[in-house]
Design a protein around this ligand. Sequence first.
Ligand SMILES: [Zn+2]
Length: 359
Amino acid sequence: MNLLEQRLDYPFRDAMPGQGETMVVAEGAGSGAAPAVKWIRMALPFALDHINLWLLRDEIDGRPGWTVVDCCISRDESKAQWESVFETQLEGLPILRVVVTHMHPDHIGLAWWLCERWNAPLWISATDYNAARMASQSTTGFGGESAANFFASHGLSDPQAIEKIRGRANYYPGMVPHIPPTFRRLQGGDTLRIGGREWTCISGFGHAPEHMALYCDALKVLISGDMMLPRISTNVSVYDIEPESDPLRLFLESIDKFAHLPEDTLVLPSHGKPFRGLHERIRQLHEHHRDRLAEVVQACEAAPQSAADILPVMFKRELDLHQTTFAMGESVAHLHALWFSGKLRRQRGDDGIYRFSAA
Ligand SMILES: [Zn+2]
């Protein structure tokens, strides 16, 4: 546990559900009541090696069952794990609804399969639904020609890396082969009734197009998705599809929307362990990005810097290609936050590369 984590409270300590099992993280009210929220943890074949999914006891049109929040990527291993959850963890009840926090593959990958199998509707923001549909049918935003050109314009010059990014056109569809043909739209401020309790949608920006977190005041539980993680900081990147965006400002504004929730809110994040200490974590994330921004400004005061030049300033460890693409997006995000707020100015060199210097 790192120093910052020590200021958070992990109420379940190191306990976590095993493969294909669940762990109750919020009890229903009254004796004999069904558990309100169960935790599923599924393996991912990345450096970030797991995702948390949630089962919420529900009843829709008089029919008892479960609402699922998030799905895992589409692959046989995840399906097998779901099968074992269906068999042993649903108390003989069906899945009635699939809620997806945002369009990233680990969250939406198997939505098509879950929705088809249970004849259940998909609930998601319209922006993420449409972005996911587009991405699953094309190469936009996650590799391919336009991503390679975008990274090159920000100084990534290693021809091998550029070639690999160009060849990664199937990156998103590989993990998200289909998207359900219809959806039910979630918007910030909407209230969902799940299992007789009200859950409020809190929209968040800067990580995904329109991320939805869910907060239940009766349970004091926040399903935070990727917008509030206890250990790692959420990826905030500029992508080729929206090359002049300012996602870091959007992200920092969005996490402040959680600041009005009670201090003792139990946060259920998509990665890492459930925790309390939401307000502390909001402070930590602001501090983290403030420090990164200060380092970036300092480097740009010494000499004009491209996003690729900034990588060793922001990331002290060795990066593989996958990490480099994430890191490049983050680097551009920090440069853009400073550029949009007037602290840096941008110039494009004869080599086509954007460089940023002190304003
Ligand atoms: Zn995500």
